[in-house]
Design a protein around this ligand. Structure first.
Ligand SMILES: C[S@@+](CC[C@H](N)C(=O)[O-])C[C@H]1O[C@@H](n2cnc3c(N)ncnc32)[C@H](O)[C@@H]1O
Length: 271
């Protein structure tokens, strides 16, 4: 099979809006060829080994396996992150948290990230701002093992420390900023998620009880006197309003994503 034919087959099999890009990523992974080679030599014949691998990837992708888990990589904030089935695939919406954090953090600031997963948020922040101290935590040992790899690949081991923790870490009050993209999907919404998410991405990284606030309620309840800034990603306005009602001692700034939907909250203690 030639490169051009393989891409055409990929587009017909995958049917999605991103079918061409996804086919190209799978072909790169299957053949080891670069993007440039794929487009420069459409008539080049693929080796039998590359063809078999490509067909296997196409079959898995057409049965809902996320492209990022097949390639083992996902781009976030312009950087390449390794991913596997123990971590959530980084989402473009989450870049909002990084952008907001970069506005808040000063040189030598101390940042604590709760629920780091692949480490994408902490790494993106550390790469964009010098002289930070970051403690990135997760409850999942397997997620932390992958975050460690990403930190090493980006040579950030002098900036980011990892710790296994269930939400809170000792002396968290000393942080200038606490950032968290914890699970926030309501249980009933979780069941309606596309198969590609529900079947493959870790439930531990997504679902958070009937109101989707199980983790954020626990987190805020443990920080009644915290004087720094808390940045969290949420699902929608309703979750924002529920947190405001439950924790009236804080001031809440709503942050919107590119589509204009409320996607994050900047929370500070009322003075
Ligand atoms: C929505 S994912 C976010 C991952 C990553 N920060 C990102 O933005 O792509 C939530 C993460 O929180 C972690 N998590 C779930 N429960 C936790 C808990 N009780 N304490 C700490 N981390 C938790 C999960 O293992 C998962 O890695």
């Amino acid at each position: 099979m030639k490169i051009q034919k393989a891409l055409e087959l990929g587009c017909c099999t995958l049917h999605s809006e991103t079918a061409l890009l996804d086919s190209e990523l799978l072909l790169q992974k299957a053949s080891g060829l670069s993007r440039e080679t794929i487009y420069a030599y459409p008539e080049r014949k693929l080796s039998l080994f590359s063809q078999i691998r490509f067909l296997y990837y196409l079959h898995a992708a057409s049965h809902h396996k996320p492209i990022a888990y097949l390639t083992g990589h996902k781009e976030f904030f312009g950087m390449d992150f390794q991913v596997n089935r123990h971590v959530l695939i980084p989402r473009p919406d989450t870049e909002l948290l990084v952008e907001e954090a970069l506005k808040i953090l000063k040189n030598n600031s101390y940042l604590v990230e709760i629920g780091t997963g692949s480490g994408c948020i902490s790494c993106a922040i550390a790469k964009s701002k010098q002289d930070l101290q970051i403690l990135a935590c997760d409850i999942s040992r397997r997620a932390l093992a992958l975050a460690k790899k990403n930190i090493q690949r980006l040579t950030l081991q002098n900036t980011i420390r990892l710790q296994k923790a269930d939400l809170i870490v000792p002396k968290i009050e000393k942080a200038d900023l606490i950032i968290a993209n914890l699970p926030y999907i309501r249980s009933k919404d979780y069941l309606a998620l596309p198969l590609t998410i529900r079947k493959y991405e870790p439930r531990l990284a997504l679902e958070a009880g009937a109101d989707g606030l199980k983790y954020y309620k626990k987190l805020l309840a443990q920080l009644p006197n915290y004087q720094g800034v808390i940045l969290i990603e949420i699902s929608d306005l309703q979750q924002a309003q529920e947190l405001e009602t439950l924790f009236p001692g804080f001031h809440y700034e709503y942050l919107k994503d590119l589509s204009g939907s409320i996607r994050a909250l900047k929370i500070t203690k009322k003075t």
